[in-house]
Design a protein around this ligand. Structure first.
Ligand SMILES: [Zn+2]
Length: 183
């Protein structure tokens, strides 16, 4: 009898351990997704780093905010939407800085899960738009203007972070705002 009780306890604690581990693994996965924060529908992230005269701007958004879907294009209409998305971000006209800062885009690198070869069926897809810039008068950099209404209508909020020659800052851009002030 004694050994039977022990066995039951062992089995119970084993089951408890297994379910705890499962729960921990599940919540870790959920947290992983949330903590990264890089893929939340309606939101996007932008980082801008200036060192001397050279700058890098990185923008990331779920493609749902741009074309309304995150699966591979299924027909010509969707393929055209994806092509337009890439062209819009390659054009690099959706952001601008104070004119006196004289910043010009010197390089663009646009990539998207929607144009990449993927072997697994994706749950989500992102667009990453990276730019390099040269600012002739970086001391005059005071604000970043965003014009996302036409090319990224689904973006309601952009979390903007910057480092301007060592000075860090952050601000949220929300739909309807013109831009963010560096301060
Ligand atoms: Zn998604």
């Amino acid at each position: 009898m004694t050994s039977k009780i022990v066995n039951t306890k062992t089995i119970l604690s084993g089951l408890f351990l297994a379910s705890s581990l499962f729960a921990a693994a599940t919540s870790a996965q959920e947290h992983h997704h949330e903590e990264h924060g890089s893929h939340t529908h309606g939101q996007a992230t932008l980082t801008f780093v200036l060192e001397g005269n050279e700058a890098e701007l990185a923008f990331a958004t779920p493609t749902a905010n741009l074309v309304g879907f995150e699966h591979q294009a299924k027909d010509d209409t969707q393929r055209q939407l994806v092509q337009k998305m890439i062209a819009d971000f390659t054009a690099a006209t959706w952001f601008s800085f104070d004119a006196q800062a004289h910043c010009t885009v010197t390089g663009t690198d646009i990539s998207s899960d929607l144009t990449a070869e993927r072997t697994t069926k994706p749950q989500h897809a992102d667009l990453n738009a990276n730019y390099t810039l040269v600012c002739q008068n970086p001391a005059r950099l005071q604000s970043l203007t965003l014009d996302l209404a036409t090319i990224a209508a689904g973006v309601e909020k952009v979390t903007v972070q910057w480092i301007l020659n060592g000075e860090q800052g952050a601000a949220d851009w929300v739909q309807g705002n013109e831009g963010v002030q560096f301060k």
